[in-house]
Each structure stands twice: as C-alpha cells, then as structure tokens.
Design a protein around this ligand. Structure first.
Ligand code: ASP
Ligand code: MG
Length: 407
C-alpha cells in the first residue's frame, strides 16, 4: 500500500460543492489502496478577509494574536472536508497543525518548521483513518499557534510527506502545472512535465506563484517528489524532483518576470573600502530586501551603486539612502519606480555563452533597453522598463523556442 499526501489550495476548497469534489478525489485515492494524508488551505479568500478584519480592529495587531486569528481559516476547511469524506463512508479525522505534530520556531507570521512528530499520524493511519490536516500552521515550543507565511500550506504538505516518507506529495491547485512562462502573457506557453528543485525555486522566487518557495527548499532537502496538478481535471501536471542531465530536453526551462520592482541608485560615492558595507548594513537594519546589486566601473575615484527593491519597499529604502547619503559623501540618489525584471532559468545556463547572447538578441530586436544584467549558475536576469515587460517575455520565449509546437 502506498502513502500519498495531497494538498488542496484555497480555490480547490472554495465552496461546499468544491469541497465535496475534493472529498471524492480523496476517497478515490483511498479506494485504490493508498494511505491518504490531506492538507487543506483556507477556503477561497478567507485568509485575506481575516487579515482585513484584524486591520479594522487595530493597525498593529500583536503577532501572536494575528496567528491565532489566521489559523482559524484552515480549521474551517479541514473540518468541512472531513465531514464531506465522512459522508462518502470513509473513516476520517481532521487535525490541527499542533495535533499533527508540526513544531515550529517562535517567529510568528512566518515560522519555520523545525520538526514533525509523526506519532499521532502513525496511530491514525494504523487505525485506518484518512487524515485531513490544517495547512499553514504549527505550534512553537511554548505551545502557541504559529503560521508559516502566505502560501504556507504547500510547506505543510511537503513537510508531512517528508516525515512520513510518502511516495509523492500532490499539490492540487487551480492551474494545470508549471509552465514555461505565464500563459496569460504568452498563450503558446507549454506545461513542463518535469522541473528540478533548483529551477522551480528560482521560478517561485521570481514570481511564479504555484508553490511557496520554502516548500521547494524543504522538498529538495528531504528528497520529496512534488506533483503540481489541477484539482479540476485528471491530467498529469508537473513533477518537481532532482533531474539528471539525461532527463533534460531544454537548456532554458522557463521565462519569469517580476513587475513589482524598482531601481535605486546612489551616485558618486567615494571609491574606497567600507562604503558598500556601510550602505548595505543600513539597508539591512531597516529590513529592506534587495536584488541585482551592481557597482559601476570607478571614474575619478567615484562609483555609482545600483540595486533593485520590491516596489512596496521603495519608500523605506529611500528614507535609508537619504539618511546615509551625507555620511557616505554621495552625490545623489535616483529612483526608477516602474521597472521589471525578466529572467531565464535553466540548469545549463552558466556553461553556455550563447544563451546570454540569444536572450540579449531577443531584447535588442524589439528595441528594449537593458538597465541591469545579473547572472547566477542557473539564471540570467535583465532589468527593463515595466511597459516593455510583456513584449520582452514573448520575445525571449520565442527566441528559445519554448512554445507548445516545438517540444
Ligand atoms: N491560507 C494561507 C494563505 O492564504 C495559506 C495557504 O493558502 O497556503 O496564505
Ligand atoms: Mg497557495
């Protein structure tokens, strides 16, 4: 008998009818002879509504109480799903994060799973029960409820699959799988049958919303095979696992974009040791998240330093730059608020010079100017005007022949 972990996202359990459909799928899996552990998200937009509700009471809810509130969403969906499974005649029990043994650190609102104690799960499975577990939540070592950050139910599912050494962790969602790029921007985008953890992690961090990045890290660490698939049909989706070179068809796996970035520059800072350290320490103290840091070639013993930040952190970052400008002896600060980052991701990129040439060629042909380039082992990112982002994605996707007709 196999053991399968299935996770259903908010849309998949968004209404009573959908919950009943999910229950049928769970029961089918069970009747094929598998042990089944299910993780559910809160119904539809429940978590957003709970956040809005807290804001109506106070601007600054204590984080412990915030977690206490947000965790209720998953308690509703897990109990209802268990009722629907029960109605189909299978033995079932719903369990909270604490009951199922998910121990986290104490960082409320974005806690990390430290350990999964499988005792209760083993007992329930031995008794023949299907388990319906509240995603997104755990308990810290003082016994308080914590939550795992938005989208955290994915990580709950992968963590349970790891602890139970399940055969597969199926993530049921409202899309068919992971695509070469966003099909809403490029209709020819192709569903990927297979993607490696590292590539998936890049895509997730670059804005592909199908999986919480931490769930992919967790999967990689514990070798959990993740199957991302639609809860609305029976088509196979995308398998995320360690991929060998033999299994790879394409050097470039996908094209991603992040349209919510802004570019900041601090101009004419002295070219001497300690300047970058002071600048970025000040940004770090203010918890500003950065990417694409570039320092210009020095001219007359002066440099420009540029970097990107998430659009909603621009205000915070500028406040820091204004404060340190004088201390650093900088000439000025500039901000381009409306830029976008387009990236190609693929395991072979770093070892293949023609890939970069092809990407830049696609942009050049459309007359798109590149403001910053950054590369890593498995990705090349270009910062461009936000207005041109969709056009850029189409051009790059075409240039690498990633569309449906070419596979
Ligand atoms: N309900 C939580 C959220 O909306 C967790 C999840 O859906 O994975 O972020
Ligand atoms: Mg989700």
């Amino acid at each position: 008998m196999g053991l399968i972990v299935q996770k259903f996202g908010g849309t998949s359990v968004g209404t009573p009818e959908r919950i009943r459909a999910v229950a049928r799928r769970i029961v089918e899996t069970r009747r094929r002879g598998n042990g089944v552990v299910v993780v559910v998200s809160a119904m539809g937009k429940t978590t957003d509504q709970l956040i809005a509700l807290s804001r109506e009471v106070t601007d600054s809810p204590p984080e412990r109480e915030y977690d206490m509130l947000l965790a209720t969403g998953e308690q509703v969906s897990s109990a209802l799903t268990a009722m629907a499974v029960h109605a189909l005649g299978e033995p079932v029990v719903s369990l909270t994060g604490a009951q199922v043994g998910i121990l986290t650190d104490g960082v409320h609102t974005k806690a990390k799973i430290m350990n999964v104690n499988r005792e209760r799960m083993d007992k329930e499975l031995e008794d023949g029960n299907i388990l319906i577990v509240c995603g997104f939540q755990g308990i810290n070592d003082t016994g308080d409820i914590t939550t795992l950050g938005r989208g955290g139910s994915d990580t709950t599912a992968v963590a349970l699959a790891a602890a139970l050494q399940a055969d597969v962790c199926e993530i049921y969602t409202d899309v068919d799988g992971v695509y070469t790029t966003d099909p809403r921007i490029v209709p020819e985008a192709r569903k990927l049958p297979l993607i490696s953890y590292d590539e998936m992690l890049e895509l997730a961090q670059l804005g592909a919303k199908v999986l919480q990045p931490r769930s992919v890290e967790y999967g990689k660490l514990h070798d959990v095979v993740i199957h991302v698939r639609s809860s609305f049909n029976d088509e196979p989706g995308t398998i995320v696992k360690e991929v060998s070179d033999m299994e790879r068809d394409f050097v470039v796996t996908g094209v991603a974009s992040d349209k919510k970035v802004s570019k900041l520059a601090i101009l004419d800072v002295p070219d001497r040791p300690g300047i970058a350290h002071r600048l970025f320490s000040a940004l770090a103290e203010a918890h500003v998240g950065l990417d694409m840091i570039v320092q210009s070639v020095p001219a007359e013993e002066r440099n420009h330093v540029m970097f990107t930040v998430a659009e909603d952190e621009v205000g915070k970052a500028i406040t820091v730059l204004e404060r340190v400008k004088k201390e650093l002896g900088a000439g000025g600060i500039t901000c381009e608020a409306k830029v976008a980052k387009v990236s190609i991701v693929g395991a072979g990129i770093a070892h293949n010079a023609s890939i970069a040439a092809r990407m830049f060629g696609a942009l050049a042909e459309k007359g798109i100017n590149i403001k910053i380039i950054s590369t890593s082992e498995i990705k090349i990112s270009c910062l461009i005007d936000r207005d041109q982002a969709d056009q850029a994605i189409k051009a790059i996707h075409d240039a690498f022949e990633l569309g449906g007709g070419n596979s």
